[in-house]
Design a protein around this ligand. Structure first.
Ligand code: ZN
Length: 209
């Protein structure tokens, strides 16, 4: 049952040391670079966006191997992979202002429904990717956006049984499979979604950011 597998992945907690985090971070950066993306590690607000169309900005000191640095990079990368191709190179993927960024001019170029779905999918995909890299996922930085709309931030998983009962987890898994960002064994493919969204949901289809 895919929901059980996702639950397992997202609620796994174990100790990893600095070296394991550094190794996972390096592997993640290499996977990111395969897509032609750069990574800036800086707490300088000069970098306003989590995604400026070319680079991810990770709001952590340059040498940090914290869970937050890993979680943030995995999360931004997951957004890139999940974004509709038509929005992928817009500021913040056309989803509006990033969670930990100050780029208020990043426009929402699609419906709130699509934004919410992509957010949830990115959170789950980030957890799947980190699990694949040997990193546990019971960490707020990975969950926080997923939980935001629930007003839930302190424990994990959030109202899991309700989410399952409501079909939300099943919907997320089916969506990730449809987009080809995970395979049938719930492993990440690290391939970017090729399926474009329903044009009715997309308000600006040309002029890249
Ligand atoms: Zn997000």
């Amino acid at each position: 049952m895919s929901e059980e597998r996702i639950f397992q992945i997202m609620s796994t907690d174990f100790e990893v040391d600095h070296k394991q985090r550094a190794t996972a971070y390096k592997r993640l950066v290499a996977l990111v670079k395969n897509h032609g993306i750069g990574v800036i590690r800086s707490m300088d607000d000069r970098y306003k966006y989590g995604w400026n169309g070319k680079q991810f900005r990770i709001d952590e000191p340059a040498r940090s191997t914290s869970m937050r640095a890993l979680g943030d990079l995995a999360h931004e990368f997951a957004h890139f992979l999940c974004a509709s191709p038509a929005r992928r190179y817009h500021l913040e993927f056309g989803l509006g202002q990033g969670f930990s960024t100050s780029g208020t001019e990043a426009k929402e170029l699609t419906s709130s429904e699509v934004i919410q779905t992509e957010e949830n999918c990115a959170c789950v995909l980030a957890a799947i990717m980190l699990n694949h890299l040997g990193i546990p996922n019971l960490k707020e930085s990975i969950w926080v956006n997923f939980l935001w709309y629930d007003g839930f931030k302190t424990t994990c998983p959030p109202k899991w049984s309700q989410w399952v009962a409501a079909g939300e987890i099943d919907y997320i898994v089916r969506t990730l499979l449809t987009w080809g960002v995970i395979d049938a064994d719930m492993n990440p493919t690290f391939k970017a979604r090729e399926i474009i969204e329903d044009p009715r949901h997309f308000t600006l289809q040309s002029s890249a950011a």
